[in-house]
Ligand binder design. Structure first.
Ligand code: NDP
Ligand code: 8X3
Length: 251
C-alpha cells in the first residue's frame, strides 16, 4: 500500500487531497495544528489507514518528535504533499506587519524546506513524488501580495531546483500553482473576516479544494517516467491584467 504524507490536512486543499488519495486506497499521514479536525478526518477515512500527526510546522522540535513517532507502517512515504501554508494581510509593504511577513516565511518556506529535507531519504528510497503547493502569486505580482508572493516564488523555484538535485534518483517533483480557490485561505488572510472572504469569491466560481486535490492526485499517480514540472491553474473567471502606471502629472 502506498503512503501519502500531506501537510495542512485540516482544511482546504490538504483535507481534500487526503480524501482523494484515500479513495484510491493509499494510506495517509495528515498534519496540522487543529487536532479536532485531524481526528475527524481519521474517523472519516478509517483509523487503520490514516494517521493524524498534529504539530505546528514552525516548531522544529515538534516536527522532529512527530516524525520520530511515526509507526513503522507509515514510514515508507511515497508522496509528500507540501501544502501547509498561508497568506496574512493584503496591505502594501509600508503598512504591512513585519510579524505577518516572518510568519509567512517561517510557514511557507522554512517549514516546507525543513520537512522536505527530513523526508528526502525515504522519498529517494521509495522513488517517490514531492508535490509542492505554490501559487500564481509566485509568478504574477499584485499590490499587497509582497511577501506571500515571494514565498510562493521560492516554492516554485525550490521545486525546479529539487528536480535538478534529484536527477537520477527517480524522485519526481511538481510545483502546483493555483489561482483563486475558495477554502479557508481568505478567512485566514483577513484574520477571520467571513464577509470579506464571501465578497472575494462572490459570483466568480472559484476553484474548489476538490479541483486542486484532483490535480495533486493526478500528478502523483502518473507513470514513474512522467514528471509535471509546473502546473499553473486558474478558474475560468480569473486572468491576469496588465501593469499599473503612476502619473506624476495630469497634463
Ligand atoms: P486553508 O487555510 O484552508 O488550509 C491551510 C492549511 O495549512 C490548514 O490545514 C492549516 O492547518 C495548515 N497550516 C497553516 N499554518 C500551519 C502551521 N504553522 N502548522 C501546521 N499547519 C499549518 O488554505 P488552502 O487549502 O487554500 O491552502 C493550502 C495551500 O495552498 C497554502 O500553501 C496556500 O498558500 C496555497 N494556495 C491557496 C490558494 C487559494 O486561493 N486558496 C491558491 C494558491 C495557493 P492548521 O490551521 O490546522 O494548522
Ligand atoms: C492564493 C492565490 O491570487 O489570492 O495563492 O494570491 S492569490
Amino acid at each position: 500500500m502506498k503512503t501519502a504524507f500531506i501537510t495542512g490536512g485540516t482544511s482546504g486543499f490538504g483535507a481534500a487531497a487526503a480524501r482523494r488519495f484515500a479513495k484510491e486506497g493509499w494510506q495517509i499521514v495528515v498534519t496540522g495544528r487543529r487536532t479536532d479536525r485531524l481526528e475527524a478526518l481519521v474517523k472519516e477515512l478509517g483509523g487503520d489507514k490514516t494517521l493524524a500527526l498534529p504539530f505546528d510546522m514552525r516548531d522544529k522540535a515538534a516536527m522532529e518528535s512527530a516524525l520520530s513517532s511515526l509507526p513503522a507502517k507509515y514510514r515508507d512515504i511515497d508522496a509528500l504533499v507540501n501544502n501547509a501554508g498561508l497568506a496574512l494581510g493584503t496591505a502594501p509593504a509600508p503598512q504591512a506587519k513585519l510579524d505577518d511577513w516572518t510568519r509567512m516565511i517561517d510557514t511557507n518556506i522554512t517549514s516546507l524546506v525543513t520537512i522536505t529535507h527530513k523526508l528526502l531519504p525515504t522519498l529517494i528510497k521509495r522513488k517517490g513524488v514531492i508535490v509542492n503547493i505554490s501559487s500564481i502569486a509566485g509568478s504574477y505580482p499584485y499590490p499587497g501580495g509582497n511577501v506571500y508572493g515571494g514565498t510562493k516564488a521560492f516554492v516554485k523555484q525550490f521545486s525546479l531546483g529539487l528536480r535538478s538535485d534529484l536527477h537520477g534518483t527517480g524522485v519526481r517533483v511538481t510545483s502546483i500553482e493555483p489561482g483563486m480557490a475558495e477554502t479557508e485561505f481568505t478567512l485566514v488572510r483577513t484574520g477571520g473576516n467571513q464577509a470579506a472572504s464571501d465578497a472575494l469569491y462572490k459570483g466568480v466560481r472559484p476553484l474548489t479544494a476538490d479541483d486542486i486535490a484532483e490535480m495533486i492526485y493526478w500528478v502523483a499517480a502518473l507513470p514513474q517516467h512522467v514528471n509535471i514540472n509546473r502546473l499553473e491553474v486558474m478558474p475560468v473567471n480569473q486572468s491576469s491584467s496588465g501593469f499599473q502606471v503612476f502619473r506624476e502629472t495630469s497634463d
